[in-house]
Design a protein around this ligand. Sequence first.
Ligand code: SF4
Length: 383
Amino acid sequence: MAVPLHQSIRIGSYIVRQHLSGNKRYPLVLMMEPLFRCNLTCAGCGKIDYPDAILNSRISVADALASIDECPAPVVVLAGGEPLLHREMDQIVEGALARGKIVFVCTNALLLEKKLDSFKPHKNFTWTVHLDGNREDHDRAVSREGTFDQAVSAIKAAKARGFQVNINCTLFNNADAERMAEFFDYTKTIGIGGITLSPGYAYERAPDTEHFLNRRATKELFRKLFRLGKGKKWEFTQSSLFMDFLAGNQTYQCTPWGNPTRNVFGWQRPCYLLGEGYAKTYKELMEETNWDSYGTGKYEKCADCMVHSGYEATAVTDTISHPLKAALVALRGPRTEGPFAPDLPLDNQRPAIDNYDELMAKNLEMLHTEGRTNNLHRVSQGN
Ligand code: SF4
């Protein structure tokens, strides 16, 4: 795993403490979306078709830090929308680092070079740049030419200033394993510290829902990719058992509370991907969400999901319970031949509920009631 040793120790000791105290549900990563506004309109994104009143809303520094204080997760991921469109992102990062958190900012890097002066390198701070493949694949995925070159230029500038830089790579069903393998080789030449891999999740509201992977296709694609990666020492940021899960060698249920999500509406139920309601506080989210009604085989919207925000926490728990198994997978890489581990049955899942319009009406009312749509500032790419 491409995680620095001091961070692995910090996360590992937090997990062991949670286990020793008998805590059944605990968070690993706080996903914070301080705004939904983005300066790209990717075809696979399910977060950018909100009305302007929502896209212009953002979490203040004080609210962001209060949420970071509420949630004990050792890792804070700042995403969006595009987090660098938030004018006070540097203060949120600084505040999170001052609280001893391990901080990642997920950015498309269009504004990164311009904003670098506002940030300082820190052993617990990493830029995670969205790159979905080589020039052609990435520019197609984000629906804009030139984005790959801009991102690579920003990565080089950030590296030159001493920042740690990872990439976040989402694979869709049109991904070509050979081209992805070449791309991973290339990332090593520009000093990428680690790769976070994810199969694309079929957001209902994404403009293009045709290119998301189902479970079988996900496993086949990752097996092919890992076969091509044998001996290449690609550095992934996720646990060895999560990679093994992607290759179809583990039967895992989702752990949605592992990555609680805070956005402009509050704490999102049940996860980063599904918006099925919001809690006002982290405590309310953890205590009042019906967690057992989400996950593989439990809910139609979860049927094809294998993303890290749901299953990495499961893999980490399995690593604590079976360290030898995890170590062997880390040493040998995920198995890429032979039968797949059985899938959890999908025959009893509850049907998907279409609650988008109802939720949006509630969210808009809440933003108006709290006066948060009155003092919004418009954000442009040039901010
Ligand atoms: S399976 Fe995926 S979509 Fe469903 S709760 Fe887990 S992370 Fe969310």
